[in-house]
Design a protein around this ligand. Structure first.
Ligand code: PMP
Length: 412
């Protein structure tokens, strides 16, 4: 296969470094990728593909880190957006589509009796914690080591600009360690307002881990016995496991669910939904942002949810994801590599079982990417409804070549 060059990406990055701190920052930063071996910018997208400024096309297995779920430029979503755009976006008031979207979410998501909207996932996870505090009159929240709930001070994995006070009310537990959750609750009687969890554990720089049998049963009853609000941060997994909420996929009911990413098929929107008994507390927490009432993203979200439902998109994504997961496992084995393939099929991740320093992983993902299928080395991937069996085939052919290169390079 021909491999890509990234000259225009590098040119743009060099310009950016002069005028933007870090050039590219946050999760889009190329700092953890092999320098010069990846695209740094995206020019345009269509369906399951995007093109970089050098004109290279990628099968997008990252889906913009999750927001793309139906395909870029999806005709039905774009039609809804165009319609709303004709009316303008941001007013002195919310637009009628806000009511329609809230009704649709309450209809779609099992535990939802109300819905409230913002722009980013972090907005809603922070809000959910405040609602739990307001409702319980308690301060503490229990989260899991390695889980990501956003970039706000109480939960950011970053370092700069924080004070010790930002974290004093956050107790850290461990994924699947029910005993530790129980111990933390016991040690802080009547102090824990919320337990916040992602539906399964999807840390960066590590394999994904599903809930152990009995884990959620234990968490749910711990919350019930102690009057703790169970918040499920479905920002990443939402709408890729079960449209009724990822709690339903794992067989339990959350008290609050946070959504963002896939909700608007690339348009900026997040939502927090919750049970009726939290409605009053939900309205007691001041929650706002200049752009949060904008109708365009809400119209996009309505069109996205309807299309996901009508096309049974989750089943298709599960099928494609399973093909990719099995294919990577088999192609790796052909080259003598055991691949650790983790996560649900729609949010897969694969890494070399024989290493924990990511050296092979870095080379492997860069070589696959340079052959037209975007793989991130340290962050889980995403499947979209636009991806096809042919995309999997192309990707596995790229993997085949990439494994051979890794084998030679590392003398395996
Ligand atoms: N929670 C989870 C599980 C996430 O994956 C993310 C984003 N990666 C967030 C919260 C924060 O969302 P945002 O970046 O939109 O603030």
């Amino acid at each position: 296969m021909e491999t890509y060059k990234f000259d225009k990406s590098m040119e743009l990055f060099n310009r950016a470094r002069a005028v933007i701190p870090g050039g590219i920052y946050g999760h889009l930063s190329p700092a953890v990728l092999v320098p010069g071996k990846y695209p740094y910018y995206a020019q345009r997208g269509e369906g399951g593909y995007y093109w970089d400024p050098d004109g290279n096309r990628y099968i997008d297995w990252m889906c913009g880190y999750g927001p793309m779920i139906l395909g870029y430029n999806h005709p039905k979503v774009e039609a809804a957006v165009d319609e709303q755009r004709k009316n303008a976006d941001c007013f002195n008031h919310p637009t009628p589509v806000m009511v329609e979207l809230a009704e649709l979410l309450v209809d779609t998501v099992k535990i939802a009796d109300w819905a409230i909207f913002a722009k980013n996932g972090s907005d809603t996870t922070t809000y959910a914690v405040q609602v739990a505090r307001q409702s319980t009159g308690r301060d503490k929240v229990i989260a899991c080591k390695g889980a990501y709930h956003g970039a706000h001070a109480w939960c950011t994995p970053g370092h700069g600009g924080l004070t010790d006070a930002d974290r004093v009310n956050v107790l850290m537990s461990e994924w699947n360690n029910l005993e530790l959750f129980r111990k933390l609750v016991d040690e802080h009687p009547n102090q824990v307002a919320a337990i916040i969890l992602t539906p399964y554990h999807h840390p960066a720089f590590a394999d994904s881990v599903l809930p152990a049998p009995g884990f959620y049963e234990g968490i749910r009853s711990l919350c019930d016995r102690n009057g703790i609000v169970l918040i499920i941060d479905d920002v990443r997994a939402g709408f890729r496991l079960d449209l009724r909420g990822s709690d339903q996929y794992f067989g339990f009911d959350a008290d609050i669910l946070c959504f963002s990413k896939a909700l608007g098929n690339t348009y900026p929107i997040s939502a927090c939904v919750g049970r009726d008994d939290l409605r009053l507390s939900a309205s007691d927490v001041f929650f706002t942002g200049s752009f949060w009432g904008g109708g365009i993203s809400m119209a996009a979200a309505i069109a996205t949810i309807k299309e996901l439902k009508e096309t049974n998109a989750v089943a298709h994504m599960m099928h494609i994801g399973k093909l990719l997961q099995d294919g990577i496992r088999e192609t790796g084995a052909k080259h003598g590599y055991e691949m650790s393939v983790t996560g649900p099929p729609t949010i897969p991740y694969a890494s070399f079982a024989c290493e924990r320093d990511f050296m092979r992983q870095q080379v492997f993902c860069a070589e696959v990417t340079a052959r037209g299928a975007f793989f991130h080395p340290h962050h889980n991937w995403f499947i979209s409804a636009a991806h096809t069996e042919a995309d999997v085939e192309h990707t596995l052919a790229a993997c085949d070549e990439a494994f051979a290169i890794v084998k030679e390079k590392f003398n395996d």
